[in-house]
Design a protein around this ligand. Structure first.
Ligand SMILES: Cc1ncc(COP(=O)(O)O)c(C=O)c1O
Length: 376
């Protein structure tokens, strides 16, 4: 029995007759680009997130690029962002000649450490861009407070955290809806995934002009067909993917529950292995996208190989922090000591955690891990 790090739910197990109908309708009407299902999805997503508006894009990276462009950050100005995580936002900043200012993350959550925000601030700082890594919230309340105090924009990278929540003491809100803008990805392995690439921008303040600007940016800067008012690019979610996402939205509560259950079981069964550190208890607020443990460096790669020899795929997200990546290092500013990011890169290991994972598969992962560490 081989256990992948992620297994997409396939057509066979997922397709429903109403979905087949929707798909066939799109095909027979040729409604492929910005079709009715895209508009319907944007409305449903905004309702689900309880936010002002949602604009879909071709992928999550485009959502970040468009958000950075819409925020009006100029060349040479700075955005504070974590040094550990997927570098899509940093990459887009580099392309726009915006300077990423990288700060360290917290050991237990792998997310931006707000203690370093003040140190990283400069007269050129225009925005803060936290990543909600692995499905767990960055300390968004502190980040939002800091941003308000210093008149900075917050753009959240919620690509791995669709559906996860943060409790601000008054109420629970979905991640990606705290900042002015939030971005997500619908890559198949994400909490809400499609059958290819997809992404979305959440516009969280009631600002029609910002919505219009973002719509222009993802449509070659056009304010009307063939009139290009500003620089933009082309980023559209296919209507077929919108139909997939609408179908998948019908079952997200079930699939989120499954992700949470898998994560809880790992926590319960692995907590007595002294050598490993488990993700922080987030009291059911996170929809775990990845179940990431920390293993001493000397044992991490051996464990990964051992799991593989037993047919279990695990993955190191991420083996090199952003400031040490060859592509970005010439463009960044280091905003704090980055030792935790460097240590995490040497110790993190993500275990299979996806809705179609069976109890038997999880049992095997748990037993194999226990065996590696000499536990019964
Ligand atoms: C944290 C994070 N941000 C951004 C992205 C980019 O999303 P996409 O692959 O849809 O462009 C990803 C994708 O893995 C991600 O994990």
């Amino acid at each position: 029995m081989n256990i992948p790090i992620f297994r997409p739910e396939t057509v066979g197990t997922q397709i429903a007759s109403n979905f087949e109908e929707a798909f066939n309708k799109i095909i027979s009407e040729g409604d492929f680009i910005r079709g009715k299902k895209v508009i319907e999805l944007e409305g449903k997503l905004a309702d689900y997130l309880e936010t002002f508006a949602v604009i879909t894009t071709a992928n999550g990276t485009d959502a970040l690029l468009a958000s950075l462009m819409a925020t009006g950050i100029n060349e040479g100005e700075e955005v504070i962002t974590p040094a550990f995580g997927y570098p899509a936002a940093v990459e887009m900043m580099c392309l726009l000649k915006i300077k990423p200012v990288l700060i360290d993350v917290e050991w237990t959550t792998c997310n931006m450490d707000p203690a370093y925000l003040t140190e990283a601030l400069s007269p050129k700082t225009k925005a803060v861009l936290p990543i909600h890594l692995f499905g767990t919230s960055a300390p968004i309340q502190e980040i939002a407070y800091f941003a308000r105090t210093h008149q900075l924009t917050v753009i959240e990278d919620a690509a791995q955290a669709f559906g996860s929540e943060y409790d601000d003491g008054l109420r629970r809100k979905k991640l990606g809806t705290f900042g002015e803008l939030g971005c997500t990805s619908f890559f198949p392995s994400k909490n809400l995934g499609c059958w290819g690439d997809g992404g979305a921008i959440f516009i969280n303040k009631k600002d029609e002009n910002l919505v219009k600007k973002l719509r222009r940016i993802v449509s070659h800067g056009q304010n009307q067909k063939y009139y290009h008012a500003e620089l933009g690019f082309n980023s559209r979610l296919d209507t077929l993917q919108a139909a997939v996402l609408l179908q998948n939205m019908l079952t997200i509560e079930k699939s989120f529950e499954k992700r949470k259950r898998i994560s809880e079981r790992y926590c319960l069964e692995l907590h007595d292995i002294a050598e490993i550190e488990l993700p922080e208890n987030n009291h059911g607020l996170a929809v775990p996208n990845l179940f990431t443990i920390r293993v001493p460096h000397q044992q991490r790669d051996k464990l990964k190989c051992y799991l593989l020899s037993e047919g279990i795929f695990s993955q190191v997200y991420y083996p090199l922090p952003i400031h040490l990546q060859q592509a970005y290092s010439p463009y960044i500013r280091v905003g704090s000591p980055l030792s935790i990011s460097e240590r995490l890169a040497k110790t993190v290991l993500s275990l299979p955690c996806f809705p179609s994972m069976t109890d038997i598969e999880q049992e095997k992962v748990i037993l194999t891990l226990k065996r590696f560490f000499g536990k019964k």
